[in-house]
Design a binder for this molecule. Sequence first.
Ligand code: S3P
Length: 437
Amino acid sequence: MNSGAATQHYLVRPASRVSGSITVPGDKSISHRALMLGGIANGSTEITGFLASEDCLATLRALRALGVQVDQHDAHHLTVHGRGTAALHAAGQALDMGNAGTAIRLFMGLLCGQSFDSTLIGDSSLMKRPMERVAAPLRQMGARIDTRDGRPPVIIHGGSRLHGIDYTLPIASAQVKSAVLLAALSAEGITRITEPAITRDHTERMLGGFGAQLQRDGLAVTLQGGQPLRGTAIQVPADFSSAAFFIVAGCLAAHEGLTLRNVGVNPTRTGLLDMLRLMGADIRIRPVVGEGPEPIADITVHAAKLRGIEVSEQLVSVAIDEFPVFFIAAAAADGETVVRGAGELRVKESDRLAVMADGLRAVGIQCELLPDGIRIRGGGMVGGHIDSHGDHRIAMSFTVASLCASGAIRIDDVANVATSFPGFPAIARSVGLQLQA
Ligand code: S3P
């Protein structure tokens, strides 16, 4: 997968305005979850607005290898024929999750209570990412899981009887929380999970849509094991994390406004809006009536003068994937922006603190890397050469930087943009970015 990753690049020439009305592709987190919960539900689940990106297609392939029939009517419309919580079958080969951290971690929770063994692997980036954060609570539930030095391959030994646990997450991670919730479905007794900070709650909302009963109490969620799921219909909203690139682009250069349609605005995801507004951004939200448990809105952004801020640590977990593009906003702002308490950014698809700091310096921005954050001094950006380290969000962030750079930006290793945002270059060009892929 993505064998051309090292060779593909973008060349982005300076542009001074963006405008229009666009719809970005479906939400990645919700698409993964819709497939997985649909696969273990009783009856069929209809998914519309599915994100047909490399990451979600890895989940789809894995689910089919586990015996789940999925009919694909078109790229974004699927019917999953659920097999019930305990009726998957052995894949007979290692399940390749590609670049997808969400897929590998949620599958650990889904598979550790099954009767058969499974092996989970991924691409060179995923093979370096930490998996013990998920394996540890699952072992407490009775699962038998091996990792190699804490990383994939992840080997899950089937046939374990799981039991509920009371677990306080040491780090704020929706993937860990979701993996434990998926395991809890087939565990005996009650599982209670407490998080140190709010993280995306798509799993909890979606479980409710599949008929499961959960109790939420502040930062804790409780689930009784043994509850069957009932197939349902899921409408996947446009991905806020993909919209984020254009929200920042709009703040920098939407002199007549830029609108993003039908975007998921679950408050556990939208910390970027709070941060940008504190910087002086002009962002208007118009709620759209949807059918599912996820709030949806049209977002209109107008260009505004931004000023640097000190980001509250409370916002980190609800803006976690948006920091690369937020750093571009910070680089374009007047004054200094400081982010702390964001050490998790070092274990994403790349070390996003270090890779962004290198990239910002390459386009003439002064910044200081902190152990768990970054200090960025806003200023004039010049053209430059960026190595995205195969990280989709770094590549797209520096595309947005072309709106405040005086010269062309070349971004290397961009093939992984397709893991989350197929069609990004065309949408970027449609609003006015001068991107040559
Ligand atoms: C995700 C959770 C976050 C996020 C990732 C998607 C999810 O990861 O960064 O892109 O779908 O649950 P962590 O749980 O590691 O913070």
